[in-house]
Design a protein around this ligand. Sequence first.
Ligand SMILES: Cc1cc2nc3c(=O)[nH]c(=O)nc-3n(C[C@H](O)[C@H](O)[C@H](O)COP(=O)(O)O)c2cc1C
Length: 186
Amino acid sequence: MTRVVLGVSGASGAALALAVARHLVTLGVALDVVVSSAAERTLCEECGKDAMAKLRDLADQLHAPSDIGARIASGSAPVAGMIVAPCSMRSLAAIANGLDDNLLTRAASVQLKERRPLILLAREAPLTLAHLRNMTAVTEMGAIVLPPVPAFYLRPDSVEAVVEQIAARAVDLLRIAPPVALGWTG
Ligand SMILES: Cc1cc2nc3c(=O)[nH]c(=O)nc-3n(C[C@H](O)[C@H](O)[C@H](O)COP(=O)(O)O)c2cc1C
């Protein structure tokens, strides 16, 4: 069974975590999920008190961010890649600088060192030079920065449609299954 790591950090856009998890579970993927303490707060504030429980239900394994001894902290664990949805500027900075300071950033670092897909839904606006430099650094290391911006050309009619499209694009970038995101038809 294909395994993917889903990291959830404390940027706005917590609904993206649930949408990505749902897409991956629909594809039959087993999820290793790690949620930062800041993300527990944004999940609750933006998606409601039951959001963490919903994420837990979708996860095959939910790891504590402090558990740096979890399986996904090692490159020997066979996973197909990792999505960080959403990705805060703090987690982005930690990944860009190889800090490996919690299980989320360690698992991200593992994907980079093993040359596996790492998709970062980096969310902040506007951006400082530090944010931009960190995005450049992770891109140079092989990660894909996918800012969660709407596909306006598809004329989405709701926030849910925007979230679903971004989540589908993130999953498609793992290249583990045929594309699920809506595409421009010309
Ligand atoms: C409601 C809320 C929204 C936030 N939105 C963002 C955001 O969009 N981008 C960001 O980088 N940080 C945002 N933050 C701040 C992060 O949560 C904070 O920097 C935290 O330390 C990130 O830690 P983490 O990377 O371990 O999750 C937000 C915090 C709260 C409470």
